[in-house]
Design a protein. Structure first.
Length: 317
């Protein structure tokens, strides 16, 4: 009742110490509430500002990575076209080797490693004979039963009839295995198609892919152009093929160009292409295939090439 009386007295205009105390307590309470609200508002603004700054940093980093990845891809394409120009050099003494040796070029935005190989040093899966394919699969470490099945399935895939080899696979076998495709009954259109032969696995394909082609147009393998692993497998088993030189064939020669580019920012990109060179024709070169190899295939190639500096980390797709 005393507080009410004091308030009534204050409202009545009484100017005593009780009135001043009542007014002071109310003003202090209001200032305290306002201060708390301001502090909470500052905390909220700080949280928003921090989150926004984090988003900006993330977006900036992503944009920077995209720029570096684009630079790496452009460098790889530049390296591939440089390799084509080297293959068009008429003076063989000035031409880059075509045995898979690594050549390096430095550009303003990064470095490029390039390897060129005559496809006559690779396994043409459209032409290779059963015995030699079996030798190569044996060198990979494939056991005899799987090796025989894969060799016969490969022959069934590329022949034009529906007659099944002893351990092979024709259309009915693919259907029974629950696969959504059947044997082509014709030549392989690309190395990637070899993945779909019954008995092939991703792991086995990626191990073999650096040594395969569909563009050499010959059953044999010229060891002068072959990768070291392939040479060791074929010579150890006395299944070596003919040697040869880099002389141009009348219809043009096909070459595998493998490129790995590293931008100054550390991004990498790889490119694998095959090109047919016919310097005396109306069309001096024709690109036969162009792809970015998977990381495992890419790593396998550069490891076998003896280039430990090229690793598949931070690779642009």
């Amino acid at each position: 009742m005393a507080g009410t009386a004091a308030g009534t007295a204050c409202e009545a205009g009484a100017m005593n110490s009780t009135c001043e105390h009542a007014r002071g307590t109310g003003a202090d309470r209001q200032r305290g509430i306002a201060l708390v609200l301001v502090l909470w508002l500052l905390v909220l603004l700080s949280v928003i500002a921090t989150s926004h700054a984090r988003v900006i940093r993330t977006e900036t980093r992503l944009a920077s990575n995209q720029v570096e990845a684009s630079k790496a891809r452009s460098l790889a394409e530049a390296g591939a076209h440089h390799a084509i120009l080297e293959l068009l050099v008429r003076d063989e003494s000035q031409r880059w080797p075509v045995d898979g040796s690594i050549n390096r070029i430095s550009y303003e935005d990064g470095d490029v490693a390039i390897a060129i190989r005559d496809t006559r040093g690779l396994i043409d899966i459209n032409k290779v004979q059963a015995a030699q394919l079996g030798t190569i699969l044996d060198g990979i470490g494939l056991e005899e039963a799987r090796r025989s099945a894969l060799v016969d399935a490969t022959l069934d895939w590329r022949d034009r009839d529906n007659l099944k080899h002893v351990n092979g696979a024709e259309d009915d076998d693919y259907r029974q295995a629950g696969l959504k495709w059947a044997a082509r009954d014709g030549p392989f259109s690309s190395v990637e198609e070899f993945r779909y032969v019954q008995g092939m696995t991703n792991t086995l394909f990626e191990r073999l892919a650096p040594y395969l082609t569909v563009h050499s147009d010959q059953a044999g393998i010229m060891l002068d152009f072959a990768p070291a692993w392939l040479v060791s497998v074929l010579t150890d088993t006395r299944d070596a093929s003919q040697s040869g030189t880099a002389a141009r064939r009348r219809g043009g020669s096909a070459f595998r160009i493998t490129v790995r580019a590293t931008s100054n920012g550390g991004s990498t990109a790889s490119l694998d292409m095959e090109v047919r060179i016919t310097p005396t024709g109306d069309q001096p070169y024709k690109i036969l295939s162009w792809r970015a190899p998977s990381r495992s295939i890419n790593a396998s190639f550069w490891r076998d090439a003896g280039d430990s500096s090229n690793r598949p980390e931070n690779e642009a797709g």
